[in-house]
Design a protein around this ligand. Structure first.
Ligand SMILES: NC(=O)c1ccc[n+]([C@@H]2O[C@H](COP(=O)([O-])OP(=O)(O)OC[C@H]3O[C@@H](n4cnc5c(N)ncnc54)[C@H](OP(=O)(O)O)[C@@H]3O)[C@@H](O)[C@H]2O)c1
Length: 230
């Protein structure tokens, strides 16, 4: 399988790439900004391709298509995992900070999916997965300081439903995993001192299982993956 994973330099994305690459039948394209970590990640694996770049940049989105085309005729799985958080009182969030959160969490998955369409679906199904957050689920508990982040994750969930409907005729399934607390750097920013019930490896394991089989059972679904609050 050919799989694209964004946000691959640390946390959940890093674990997703390592676990997927353990299967020699997979080729994984790992994308994130940190060049150093990506190069480290590549060591010892024949089947990890890396691209260091900002996924909000149109040229990086294009490069992901070019690299994918060079190595595969078809993208089987696309995991929009990269995420950006800002924790700040509502009245202190600047327009620039708000834009960055939406650029990474909403605009990039939108535009990257658009860019990669030529390599998705048709005779073989593609499963696109967006990684949202419990905070982005309507009716879930909300927390002060996360208005930009949680609202962007709600937009991502909504986008998932729209894309699933519009792309189903192209043989592309799109689902959203709205995950709860996982012990990563990002959780430390959102809830300092909080001990999550899962580590990145465990969540990556679940996401991969879902990526491999979930499209047979779900399309356009927003699935909460959480046993605690937060
Ligand atoms: N951890 C949790 O409790 C939790 C809960 C709910 C949802 N989530 C979601 O799960 C996903 C993974 O989170 P995590 O906890 O593993 O976060 P993390 O440890 O902070 O990792 C985030 C990843 O995204 C990449 N990234 C950020 N901005 C980017 C950009 N502009 N271009 C390319 N890559 C970018 C980072 O790499 P570089 O800095 O190298 O670019 C990093 O690899 C995120 O979407 C997050 O919102 C996490």
């Amino acid at each position: 399988m050919f799989i694209v994973v964004t946000g691959a330099s640390k946390g959940i994305g890093l674990e997703i790439v390592k676990q997927l690459a353990a299967d020699d039948d997979n080729i994984v394209l790992a994308v994130s900004r940190s060049n150093k970590t990506l190069n480290e990640l590549q060591k010892g694996y024949q089947n990890i391709l890396v691209l260091s770049g900002d996924i909000t940049s149109a040229s990086v989105q294009k490069k992901i298509l070019t690299i994918s085309k060079k190595h595969a005729k078809h993208i089987d799985i696309l995991i929009h995992n990269a995420g950006h958080i800002i924790k700040k009182a509502f009245e202190k969030i600047s327009a620039g900070e708000l834009k960055t959160v939406y650029d990474v969490n909403v605009f990039a998955p939108f535009l990257l999916t658009q860019q990669l369409l030529p390599l998705m679906g048709k005779r073989t199904k593609t499963h696109v997965i967006t990684i949202s957050s419990m905070g982005g689920v309507q009716g879930s508990s909300k927390f002060p300081g996360l208005s930009a982040y949680s609202s962007s994750k709600a937009a991502l969930a909504g986008l998932t439903e729209c894309l699933a409907e519009e792309l189903k005729e192209k043989n592309i399934a799109v689902n959203c995993l709205a995950i709860g607390a996982v012990q990563t750097e990002m959780l430390g920013k959102a809830f300092p001192g909080y001990k999550a019930p899962l580590n990145a490896k465990q969540m990556a394991n679940f996401i991969i299982d879902f990526a491999l089989t979930g499209h047979q059972y779900f399309n356009g679904k927003i699935i909460p993956v959480s046993s605690t609050t937060p």
